[in-house]
Design a protein around this ligand. Structure first.
Ligand code: CP
Ligand code: NVA
Length: 305
């Protein structure tokens, strides 16, 4: 493992290694046991989009690992004024030990990895959000004690979160059903990659327009905003189209009785999920957000250690 760009690039063993180390680092952090695995190392964090969780959890994580994190807003560095990805990758490789990048075009992250000599971590693109989904898998494992054989239902937009869930669930042997409206379904290549992985892990991938079919008997119910970063101008149209996919009490009760609710956050109560569900007893959204910290520390320790 040289970079973390897509969960499709990882083997099951690599995913398990990240989850096992996450558990160890979480326990050490809770017990206040020092674990300076990246002492003297620096992470550069390039942001072309907003962030609360990703920015804070990577920065705090690096600090807890004994290293240092630099926040590099694309408004302030030369990449925002047209300096090439090639030159940026070459220059940053001379100063720092790893890059985390959040941006629009997925190919920019791949280019940064190809042109530089240091590990690159995808902190979200329009296509994928692998760090989030590793934290989600860790959260599910913590609460269910297993991953294999569980069913996750994702309702709403076939976006970056849905894509990384397809990659992640199919690798670890979880069934995944995506309920999304026509025109907003997942990228076909990603669906076919997931179906391939599911054959190996013995799981199932279902793509449907029917939210009830998707959520039926699910162990994990997941949704995300209907309006991702960069889609603000489509907001009014999207709100109408996604209405039947809102996770409310009527829909959630079709999942298993002990189903858990996840959301990557930020959430918009009353749109993709009602308050009774996201703030209800089966919601784990803040454990999930916390786990970004522990899982990303594991990712950085493995890639940059
Ligand atoms: N879930 C997530 O990536 O949150 P931020 O946009 O706040 O980083
Ligand atoms: N799909 C959302 C995820 C935010 C963490 C977006 O891209 O804005």
């Amino acid at each position: 493992m040289k970079h973390l760009i897509s969960l499709n690039d990882l083997t099951l063993e690599e995913i398990e290694k990240i989850l096992n180390l996450s558990e160890k680092l979480k326990n050490q952090q809770k017990a206040r046991v020092t674990h300076h695995l990246l002492s003297g190392k620096t992470l550069g964090m390039i942001f072309t989009k907003s962030s609360t969780r990703t920015r804070v959890s990577f920065e705090v994580g690096m600090y807890q690992l004994g290293g240092y994190a630099l926040f590099l807003s694309s408004n302030d560095i030369q990449i925002g004024r047209g300096e090439t990805i090639y030159d940026t990758a070459q220059v940053l490789s001379r100063y720092i030990d790893g890059i985390m990048i959040r941006t629009f075009d997925h190919s920019d992250v791949e280019d940064l990895a190809n042109y530089g000599n240091i590990p690159v971590i995808n902190g979200l693109t329009d296509l994928l959000h692998p760090c989030q989904i590793l934290a989600d898998l860790f959260t599910i494992y913590e609460h269910k004690g297993t991953l294999k054989g569980l069913k996750l239902a994702y309702l709403g937009d076939g976006n970056n979160i849905a894509h990384s869930l397809l990659h992640g669930c199919s690798k670890v042997g979880m069934d995944i059903s995506i309920g999304a409206p026509k025109g907003y379904q997942c990228n076909e290549n990603i669906v076919s990659n997931a179906k391939e992985a599911a054959k190996i892990s013995g799981s199932n991938v279902v793509i449907t327009e029917d939210p009830v079919e998707a959520i039926k008997d699910a162990d994990v119910v997941y949704t995300d905003t209907w309006v991702s970063m960069g889609q603000e101008s489509e907001k009014q149209a999207r709100i109408k189209i996604f209405e039947p996919y809102r996770v409310d009490g009527n829909l959630f009760c079709k999942a298993k009785e002990d189903a858990i609710f996840l959301h990557c956050l930020p959430a918009y109560r009353g749109y993709e999920v009602t308050q009774e569900i996201i703030d209800g007893p089966q919601s784990l959204v803040f454990d999930e957000a916390e786990n970004r910290l522990h899982v990303q520390k594991a990712i950085m320790a493995i890639l940059m250690g």
